[in-house]
Design a protein around this ligand. Structure first.
Ligand code: UGA
Length: 438
């Protein structure tokens, strides 16, 4: 059995590295030559814990990387499509990479005797596999689904920052297919990979697509819910949103995960998938009232931070503000959809001077802001001379900050969007989202 994986981003590369390290025969394909070169030199093209060591292991065993779609189609029994579906300015998702990859598969399929199972892992709105991808492959291959190939939707639930662990140990596999045989083949593949205990749900492609969208929309809803409570806590002296989350999270009907209040959810998935669901709902004539509220609540969190800042500093023009944490979450260098980037953009419009620090995301941030902001060489240096430090991403290194580290701040004012410092141990002006006044 040979596995092809098209698109070597977080999903595709993690999957390729895990499969290869377990000895599955894998061909990974990407159209980005530089990325291919980097991977072939056993380096991960982006920071993701554990990925590089799994990649090294996989490359030394049974993972091959290529630019050639023909090679994938001619050799593989399963072809996983894991290309990105980023957001367009209109709010819709950009299917161009998925359409191109599908066409390339179809063209190669035309002269191939293989009848692969083509598995869509990329996140798409309900109906895309059947109404968009299947017709492209059928047209470019001259073959029919069910005859020359079989298409299946198989959404992915991994999180950046724990992509390898999530790939090794997913909570669920969802298989959405049009007929039993290919569904069973993919189920058998996953049984071989994960053993008998893994939960596998089978359904049709459009329901599988809806499951993925509903999953991310619900996670976004949970975060906005706790952020709404966080806002209330801030106005009630002595109240602490984490204690609320810890207790309501014990109720098994609620659960503790995704109840960490903060500056709002960012990244390349939750904000995009929420927006896509809103657009999709409107398109099919439904009014996505709740989802819109989730989005508005998310936008409010950054405004809250600005409000706290201006309440304390007054006009922020020409005042130096330090932003700690640029990646959209800890253990990642990814700044796509990062709330920190959004915050910096607003502060720059208000003519603040910005210094930034992040353990992994400085280079990505520099590609956006160039020389408009100051990039500190170290955490301590980033605090020098600023009039406020805003903690945005809960990197472990920031949890260790103590009074003496703030001694060179011009004004010792801290806004902690993630409540990672302990107010009682600090002798600075300390404000946090989700904490009522002392
Ligand atoms: C999200 C989903 O969690 C994955 O299941 C899904 O597979 C993925 O999108 C995707 O569709 O590809 P990801 O965006 O990597 O994963 O990261 P999350 O851990 O979901 O974090 C998203 C944002 O929410 C981050 O900015 C994070 O800081 C924030 N967040 C998360 C909170 O503010 N509070 C929480 O309690 C949890």
């Amino acid at each position: 059995m040979k596995i092809g994986i098209i698109g070597l981003g977080f999903v595709g590369l993690s999957f390729a590295a895990v499969l290869g390290s377990k000895g599955f025969s894998v061909i990974g394909l990407d159209t980005d030559r530089k990325k291919i070169e980097k991977i072939n030199s056993k380096k991960s093209p982006f920071f993701e814990p554990k990925l590089e060591s799994f990649l090294k292991n996989a490359l030394s065993k049974s993972l091959e990387i290529t630019l050639d779609a023909n090679k994938v189609v001619k050799n593989c029994d399963f072809i996983f499509l894991a290309v990105g579906t980023p957001k367009l300015k209109s709010g819709h998702i950009n299917l161009s990479m998925l359409k191109n990859a599908s066409k390339d598969i179809g063209v190669s399929l035309r002269n191939s005797s293989k009848k692969p199972i083509i598995v869509v892992k990329s996140t798409v709105v309900p109906g895309t596999t059947i109404n968009v991808i299947k017709p492209i492959i059928e047209k470019s291959s001259g073959k029919k689904n069910g005859n020359g190939f079989n298409i299946i939707t198989n959404p992915e639930f991994l999180k950046e920052g724990s992509a390898i662990d999530d790939t090794l140990n997913p909570h669920l596999v969802v298989i959405g297919g049009l007929s039993k045989k290919p569904i069973n083949s993919l189920r058998n593949f996953y049984r071989k990979l994960y053993g008998p205990k893994i939960k596998i749900m089978t359904t049709n492609p459009q329901t599988a697509e809806m499951i993925k969208n509903a999953n991310n929309s619900f996670l976004a809803t949970k975060i906005s819910f706790i952020n709404q409570i966080s806002l209330l806590c801030q106005s009630i002296p002595g109240t602490n949103v984490d204690e609320v989350a810890n207790c309501i999270g014990i109720d098994p009907r609620i659960g503790r995960s995704f109840l960490n209040a903060g500056p709002g959810f960012g990244g390349s998935c939750l904000p995009k998938d929420l927006e896509t669901m809103i657009q999709f709902s409107s398109k099919i004539g439904a009014n996505p009232l709740l989802l819109k509220a989730v989005q508005q609540t998310n936008d409010l969190q950054i405004k809250q931070i600005i409000h706290l800042l201006e309440k304390n500093l007054g006009n922020v023009r020409n005042k130096r503000i330090t932003v700690l944490g640029l990646s959209f979450k800890e253990n990642s260098s990814d700044i796509r959809g990062s709330r920190s980037i959004e915050l910096i953009k607003i502060l720059l419009k208000k003519k603040s001077k910005i210094t930034v620090h992040d353990p992994k995301a400085m280079k990505n941030t520099e590609s956006i802001f160039k020389n408009k902001i100051t990039y500190a060489n170290s955490l301590l240096e980033s605090l020098d001379d600023c009039q406020c430090t805003i903690i945005m991403t809960p990197w472990k290194i920031y949890t260790k900050l103590k009074n003496s580290n703030f001694k060179n701040m011009k004004r010792k004012l801290i806004i902690d969007a993630r409540r990672i410092l302990s107010r009682k141990n600090l002798s600075v002006e300390y404000f946090a989202l989700g904490l009522g006044a002392n």
